[in-house]
Design a binder for this molecule. Structure first.
Ligand code: 0O2
Length: 231
């Protein structure tokens, strides 16, 4: 693996600190949306949020894999997932809602989208990946920092987390029947997502009918009381 000299080590430490700040800013934005939704709409499309900073070892691995020059500028321009945030939503439609709400914030620039939901990966992986840029303000001025957002449902997250665990520290070729099993599990997770979304839509229709009925009873009583007081 590539060796880095002391000056570069210092520069890298400063750069990684910027990614840490970007994660903190982004997490605050997401928490605000989550709390506001809970308070105003009594429902939040965001179930939970996690984040991670890529370790220096993984950054070096990516530098070698992508054959990037060993400078902080090159790293900044070519590795966009040093800061990673994962947002887990209840339903698939919530994913696009959350993505839209974040991307329309003035200080966020959408740089790239990889939609592995509309086009899942061959192994069955599903998730919406957004690369965004956001400003952080330092004593030396403003810096725009890349952040990777992975937005997925609970079922997508369940599959991806377990797939990652199953493969962890296994560096040989994966037998075909295991690949097939994982692809099958991904399809089952997708079917579960669709079923839950369908049930949710149905219950929402019933809830709406209930409130409409409540409203019409309330209107009836109000009209009735109004007509009696006029007599
Ligand atoms: P970790 O541990 O999350 O850091 P690029 O960034 O474009 O150079 P790539 O791999 O084409 O590289 O990016 P992509 O497709 O957007 O995927 C990046 C991240 O998505 C991965 O990060 C994983 O977190 C997740 N991911 C992508 N494919 C899979 C998959 O098949 N299974 C699982 N479980 N996760 C996946 P890292 O850096 O690999 O890992």
């Amino acid at each position: 693996m590539a060796k880095i000299h002391n000056d570069m080590r210092k520069e890298m430490a400063q750069l990684i600190l910027c990614y840490k700040f970007a994660i903190e800013e982004m997490t605050t934005k997401i928490n605000i949306l989550q709390e506001e939704f809970r308070l105003v709409h009594e429902y939040s499309p965001i179930e939970h949020v996690g984040s991670r900073l890529k370790s220096p070892k993984s950054i070096l691995k990516k530098i070698e894999k992508k054959q990037i020059e060993l400078t902080t500028e090159a790293i900044e321009q070519n590795i966009h997932d040093i800061a990673g945030i994962r947002i887990v939503c209840a339903f698939e439609e919530d994913i696009y809602r959350v993505a839209e709400m974040l991307c329309k914030q003035n200080d966020i620039t959408l740089v790239a989208t990889k939609d592995y939901i509309k086009k899942p990966k061959g192994n069955g992986y599903r998730s919406l990946h957004l690369i965004i840029k956001l400003p952080i303000f330092l004593s030396t001025g403003m810096r725009e920092i890349f952040v990777e957002l992975q937005i997925r449902t609970i079922a997508m997250d369940f599959w991806a987390s377990l797939e990652h665990k199953i493969y962890y520290k296994y560096n040989k070729d994966v037998p075909q029947h295991i690949k097939d099993g994982l692809a099958d599990a991904a399809n089952q997770a997708h079917a579960l997502d669709e079923k839950m979304a369908h049930l949710n839509r149905e219950i929402n229709i019933l809830k709406k009918q209930d409130t409409d009925e409540d409203d019409s009873i309330e209107n009836y009583i109000r009209n009735f009381i109004g007509s009696r007081t006029q007599q």
